[in-house]
Design a protein. Sequence first.
Length: 116
Amino acid sequence: MLDAIVSNSGGEEFFIKTKPSVKVFALLLDATKAKKVYMNSGIAKTVPGNVMDSLRKSVSVEIVAGRRGRPKKFSEEEFLRVLRAAGGERERLAELGMSRRTYYYWKKRLNGNRHD
């Protein structure tokens, strides 16, 4: 992360992806023209309050809400739409483009264990 900050010293906006140290904040404020710093909500929780307050005095800090875990490949709304549509299981699988195991997992989870 230090290399990215030094190589982009003219940048005004930075996104902090890993837990920053005091050295990173010092370098960010001293060696760059940073005006805005983005960080994930999980990372923001690890930064002490007094450090965050002093950082906010120098630059604008924006906390970006993030989801934990791997991103979903399929939309629940799309799945439910296809599930409600008429047709057999094979047609639904083909339309969704997911594996049979994933299809039945989602069907069980979203239907509340009902067998429709």
